[in-house]
Design a protein around this ligand. Structure first.
Ligand SMILES: O=P(O)(O)O[C@H]1O[C@H](CO)[C@@H](O)[C@H]1O
Ligand SMILES: Nc1nc2[nH]cnc2c(=O)[nH]1
Length: 407
């Protein structure tokens, strides 16, 4: 689990590198008078960098041997005294990079270093996901059955959760941080319509700089927390000319444009504890839940605002050109956004039932025009989402109520 720890600490892990090492020289125990210097970022790399015939220990190396708490106070070079390296020629972090408290000197704030580190880590082993899930379940005191991802401006879906325990993303170990307006960056765990739920008030997008596996990593956290149903919501542009602003499109399929370009949240080694190497995606969107949502729409009196359609995710952050919108339409896409598809793929991979909908926040033009008001913008997206949050909340609550009735 190199590179991960459970407290998100950014301090150097080699707290047992004393100012004066076993050779009595300053900072370099192998006789070199001038320590080799590395940037803090290099010190975070998982590979031990080679320094001539020497290797330099990683930031996690000495903490595994007891770190600052190592009672014997041995450096990692001291094999007899309990230091852990079999390798003779390992040098600890150069003293020149440590301050008086044996922390890496760095001009970035701890928050900046954490953000950098979380940005740089792009794979999450099962054990790390398990750690995050345990952290949440232990503190929430419940195992959620339904996971909700709130789309842009749809954070109020989490505000209706009762007996809520709120976790800021910054405080969850190894969790990325939200950087987009309309995504608060909080995980809310509690009950809704008698069901245990957890909701992400803020999702992660590819355009924020996160790899897709990281964008959808919380879905795996949900799975290991006990979640069986994923409710993914988003704000999207309506390409289908029949759609109006404020309508809700229940997703029954998707076109994975990022996948066409060779990008997938499942790229890399497959861990079968999550799911198979080659998951099938037909029937990804649970038909029973779609049918129930249509019925609920009728009882809410909004059936004319409810559609069933195909969503496509592009990388963003640009909105589409007219030519792109025309191409998407030709491919059978009804609504376009910059999220959700990789979350659904991750959820299906680990066998979760998926319900997803798009709130149509803008109509996508498919003819060239000089009209400024036809250009999509995020303020409008959030304003429409805010206006329609009541209907979205009602749809979600009633559907959860139906799931509860059936269980
Ligand atoms: O998909 P969500 O997160 O709802 O947000 C959508 O709205 C934002 C653009 O306005 C993009 O992030 C797009 O993906
Ligand atoms: N890509 C994309 N994302 C959106 N999110 C909300 N509206 C839009 C849109 O028109 N295009």
């Amino acid at each position: 689990m190199t590179g991960y720890n459970s407290n998100g600490d950014v301090a150097t892990s080699n707290g047992n590198h004393n100012n004066s090492n076993s050779n009595g020289t300053n900072g370099n125990s192998n006789g070199h008078s001038k320590p080799v210097e590395y940037t803090a970022q290099e010190l975070h790399t998982k590979q031990l960098p080679k320094v001539g015939n020497f290797k330099m220990c990683s930031r996690d190396c000495c903490s595994k041997q007891g770190g600052a708490n190592n009672k014997a106070g041995n450096s990692c070079l001291d094999k007899k005294g309990g230091g852990g390296h079999k390798e003779e020629l390992v040098v600890p972090t150069p003293q020149s990079l440590l301050d008086n408290n044996n922390r890496i000197q760095c001009s970035l704030s701890p928050e900046e270093v954490r953000a950098l580190r979380v940005l740089n880590e792009d794979t999450y082993p099962y054990e790390v996901i398990q750690e995050i899930a345990d952290f949440i379940v232990k503190r929430a005191g419940i195992r959620p059955k339904i996971g909700i991802i709130c789309g842009s401006g749809l954070g109020s879906l989490a505000d209706i959760i009762q007996d809520a325990k709120v976790f800021e993303y910054e405080k969850i170990p190894n969790f990325p941080v939200s950087t987009v307006e309309g995504h608060a960056g909080k995980l809310v765990v509690g009950t809704l319509e008698g069901a245990n739920v957890m909701a992400m008030q803020g999702r992660f997008h590819f355009y924020e700089g996160y790899p897709l596996a990281k964008c959808s990593m919380p879905v795996r956290v949900m799975k290991l927390c006990g979640v069986e149903y994923l409710f993914a919501t988003n704000a999207a542009g309506g390409i289908n000319p029949k759609f109006n602003v404020g309508d809700i499109m229940l997703m029954h399929d998707h076109v994975n444009m990022l996948g066409f370009a060779g990008n997938s949240p499942l790229q890399g080694p497959n861990d079968p504890r999550f799911g198979p190497r080659f998951p099938a995606l037909v029937n990804s969107y649970n038909r029973d839940l779609i049918n129930k949502a249509i019925e609920i729409g009728k009882t809410m009196g909004i059936e004319s605002n409810i559609h069933v359609g195909v969503y496509s995710c592009l990388g963003g952050p640009t909105y589409e050109t007219i030519a792109e919108l025309k191409a998407l339409r030709m491919m059978g896409v009804d609504a376009v956004g910059m999220s959700t598809v990789h979350e659904v793929i991750t959820a299906r991979h680990c066998d979760m039932k998926v319900f997803a909908f798009s709130l149509i926040t803008n109509k996508c033009p498919i003819e060239y025009s000089d009209k400024k008001d036809e250009e999509a913008n995020h303020e409008e997206v959030m304003a429409v989402a805010k206006n329609r949050q009541k209907a979205c909340c009602e749809l979600v609550s009633r559907l959860i109520c139906e799931i509860q009735k059936g269980s």
